[in-house]
Design a protein around this ligand. Structure first.
Ligand code: ADP
Ligand code: MG
Length: 558
């Protein structure tokens, strides 16, 4: 039995797989399970065209067996198996993907379920194992073969005994070294955890024998270890299910299971798109902002799956900042992954998906606003500020998308109103959308600047967030109505007291001049005002920047 050397390039590549492609060792299991799932899929596809084969889903499974005594981890599948030649071709030549060939040869167009494509995943096993043994029996052959390798120096293939068609992969888990501990890959709970994390939605059962301590029958305090086989994965991903089969509770459970948040989501959005781009997504609008939401620490992002296999925990590119509060996951068959399957090759598809989702998030928020105002106000309390930042940032690029989602407190309605509601209530002669800025609604209500506008019967929007006025400046106008601060010099209100004001101005000319002198450097001008009713004096801004905005700008670090 002579050892066949891996080809020279392969040797280098193998070294790379073992040492540098993957950022985390635990993904070796994801890779082996993906291969097992592919092998079962291949029988399924073959059965579609081959009448002598039948596919009974129940007889196909993947099994994961750790053994601490022998320090081995065995992964068994009932898939299509490999012939001697296939063992040589697929496992002897690195970067050769039998699965990729299978897809092309069988012209499986919607064979997107088959995960393999690069022909390197298998070798991830060497990240945790000193020796890998593969015993396989192909559906095409009566003989079984054993492939064995201890890493870069080559492999052997010998005849073997195996009754059932399929593949068994035995990893001899590495001994611990000073700083490296491999024991975790023999621990039931840890393996379970890894399977849940990456392979929860593999469509075939992934089984393990789980030992649990249980009360002995008939005894009240004596325990015994009971071992029984459990299926670890959920199999059918909730996002591939039909919306009509799912209840609100199902979505809430998924939210909790996935630890998207500790609150109850305000709303879920289930998206199944099957057109030029194909993806499924389950998104959530949380009720409460996480404690670090408005800090630098907060990391936005959605889970990204490719064919039900987790690729990225937090894919930030899927969400714009103004919707960074959205939680959830996206699964797509159309992503071009890089070789480690941890990153994307091109972001074109991702951009398309993000854009499409964005619209849906907006539509959903609008419908909450329309149909459940109370709920929307809850949402707005947590995340309204973020929407306003969204309007302000990117030079107002997103204003069309976001402006209808904004709410401001109204002087007349005494509650939050949308811009659309404001404009639709405007009397015909009213030219502007008026707003007043201040620390709180109570304070704004007392501002002398609001008097004339309020007296006219016009509604005033109260801006109490620092960002409010900045955001509004980016909008410039809404439905062709410009925004106007009540503290701006010209309020654009028809003046029926013009003569009286001019008279007062003339009469008090000297007084105003001496006041200006006393306040020199603090005010630009002192003059008679037509806008006061009950207050003796009012400050107005020179030009378009309001007093509040001036304060904020002055407080900004240079
Ligand atoms: P990929 O999955 O990207 O093709 P891998 O290195 O993971 O690359 O696997 C290489 C090839 O080995 C697969 O394409 C497949 O043909 C074959 N293979 C690996 N594991 C199995 C298995 N459990 N059953 C059948 N064939 C397998
Ligand atoms: Mg693979």
């Amino acid at each position: 039995m002579s050892k066949v050397a891996f080809k020279a390039e392969s040797k280098k590549l193998l070294d790379m797989v073992i040492n540098s492609i993957y950022s985390q060792r635990e993904v070796f299991l994801r890779e082996l399970i993906s291969n097992a799932s592919d092998a079962i899929d291949k029988i399924y596809y073959k059965a579609l065209t081959d009448d002598s084969l039948s596919f009974n889903k129940d007889s196909y499974y993947i099994k994961v067996d750790p053994n601490k005594d022998t320090r081995t981890l065995k992964i068994t599948d009932t898939g299509i198996g490999m012939t001697k030649e296939e063992l040589e071709d697929n496992l002897g030549v690195i970067a050769k993907s039998g699965s990729h060939t299978f897809k092309t040869e069988n012209e499986i167009k919607d064979g997107h379920d088959i995960i393999g494509q690069f022909g390197v995943g298998f070798y991830a096993a060497f990240m945790v194992a000193d020796k890998v043994t593969v015993i396989s029996k192909s559906i095409e052959s009566d003989e079984a073969f054993k492939w064995e390798s201890t890493g870069p120096d080559g492999y052997t293939i010998t005849p073997a005994e195996k009754a059932q068609v399929g593949t068994e992969i035995i990893l001899e888990i590495k001994e611990n070294e000073e700083e490296e501990n491999y024991d975790e890959f023999l621990e039931e709970y840890r393996l379970k955890q890894i399977i849940k994390k990456y392979s929860d939605f593999i469509r075939y059962p992934i089984k393990m024998d789980i030992t649990e301590s249980k009360l002995k029958e008939g005894s009240e305090d004596e325990y015994e270890d009971v071992t029984h086989e459990q299926t670890i994965n959920t199999m059918v991903p909730i996002w591939k299910k039909n919306k009509s089969e799912l209840t609100d509770e199902d979505y809430e459970n998924f939210y909790n299971e996935k630890h998207y948040g500790y609150d109850k989501p305000l709303k879920h959005i289930h998206i199944n798109v099957d057109g030029t781009i194909r993806y499924n997504a389950i998104l959530y609008i949380p009720e409460n902002a996480p404690h670090n939401y408005y800090t630098r620490e907060f990391e936005k992002g959605l889970e990204l799956y490719s064919n039900g296999v987790l690729i990225m925990d937090k894919c930030a590119d899927l969400l714009p900042d103004y919707f960074s509060f959205v939680k959830g996951m996206v699964d797509s068959e159309d992503l071009s992954l890089n070789i480690s399957r941890e990153m994307l090759q091109h972001d074109r598809q991702l951009k398309l998906i993000a854009k499409n989702m964005n619209k849906k998030i907006k539509t959903q928020l609008q419908s909450i606003l329309r149909d459940d105002r109370e709920k929307y106000e809850k949402f707005y309390k947590s995340f309204g500020q973020q929407l306003k930042y969204g309007v302000y940032s990117d030079f107002g690029q997103n204003k069309d998308l976001l402006q209808d989602l904004l709410l401001f407190y109204s002087s007349k309605e005494k509650k939050l109103v949308t811009l659309d509601e404001y404009v639709s209530r405007m009397p015909e002669e009213q030219k502007f959308i008026y707003y007043a800025t201040g620390e709180s609604n109570e304070r704004i209500e007392k501002l002398p600047q609001t008097e004339l506008v309020a007296d006219k019967g016009y509604e005033i929007l109260f801006f109490t967030d620092e960002i409010d006025e900045f955001a509004i400046r980016m909008l410039m106008n809404y439905k062709e109505k410009e925004f106007k601060s009540v503290s701006s010099g010209d309020l654009g209100i028809e003046d029926d007291q013009k003569d009286a004001t001019e008279e007062a101005q003339e009469e008090n000319k000297d007084l105003f001049a001496s006041m200006k002198e006393i306040l020199s450097g603090k005010v630009k001008e002192v003059r008679a005002s037509k806008r006061l009713k009950s207050h003796p004096v009012v400050l107005t801004a020179d030009g378009e920047i309001s007093i509040e905005m001036e304060k904020i700008i002055n407080a900004m670090p240079d």
